[in-house]
Design a binder for this molecule. Structure first.
Ligand code: PXP
Length: 247
């Protein structure tokens, strides 16, 4: 069965649109509360919760992540940049896993994943620290052989293949080629001993093809689930995605 990690950042985006300067992140009339929604996702069948604590704090806030971290029922995946400040934060929080993502333009490959070849030393420092603390590290990379081979050398146990280029090409001529890259990347990562996750731009239409990528362990999905929840409710949005992933 392919596991579902729900990225709840966009629930926080909605809250921040109104309450950015409120000081508090929950309680009273401050809504929506992404932490409450995280519990709902899990009740509806999500296998984990993903949040990206961005440097600009544009959606999820430190207090949200700390509240999720205190909850013993949540399998928390913290997406973060490879900075000393975020490393310190993660070591104190001790989430189930961290996913290293690019924060600034120069860290990004042409497709948008973290360039672990160019930034191998920086990535190695974080991966080593997480391995020592018993926190699993996932590297959010493009499905390119050089990135996959370096990920294996960096001893991160997981990779998350960036599905954004495929999702963008879904209605265009490049779709088959992008999908073939993901399939080849997943095979290569699996052979290299890496657990294969994927994410970005996955929705209720392209999931029919995405789920056929070999060796998939977990998909991290945010925008489409939170968007659908506005009309169907979160429970249905999570349940339907989980069912489409594992028909
Ligand atoms: N995986 C990673 C590493 C991400 O940074 C994001 C958010 O951009 C997602 C998955 C979820 O992407 P989406 O919101 O498009 O489903």
């Amino acid at each position: 069965m392919i596991l579902l990690g729900v990225n709840i950042d966009h629930a926080a985006t909605l809250r921040q649109a109104r309450y950015r300067s409120a000081g508090a992140t929950h309680g009273g009339a401050i809504e929506p509360d992404p932490v409450e929604l995280a519990f709902r996702c899990e009740k509806a069948g999500a296998d984990g919760i993903t949040v990206h604590l961005r440097e600009d704090r544009r959606h999820i806030q430190d207090e949200d992540v700390l509240r999720l971290g205190r909850s013993k029922t949540t399998r928390l995946n913290l997406e973060m940049a490879c900075t000393p400040a975020m490393t310190e934060f993660a070591l104190k929080l001790k989430p189930h896993s961290v996913c290293l993502v690019p924060e600034s333009r120069e860290e990004i490959t042409t497709e948008g994943g973290l360039d672990v070849v160019k930034h191998r030393d920086k990535v190695a420092r974080v991966t080593d620290a997480m391995n020592a603390a018993g926190i699993k590290t996932s590297l959010f990379i493009d499905p390119d052989p050089a990135q996959i081979e370096m990920s294996a050398r960096l001893t991160a146990p997981w990779v998350e293949l960036h599905t954004g280029a495929y999702a963008n090409a879904y209605y265009a001529a490049g779709r088959a080629a992008e999908f073939a890259r993901l399939v080849a990347g997943a095979r290569l990562a699996h052979v290299a001993g890496l657990v294969v996750n994927a994410g970005h731009g996955i929705n209720y239409v392209n999931i029919a093809e995405v789920r056929t990528i070999p060796h998939l362990h977990e998909l991290n999905i945010g925008h489409s689930i939170i968007s659908r929840a506005l009309s169907t409710g979160l429970d249905e949005a999570v349940r339907t995605m989980k069912a489409l992933m594992n028909p």
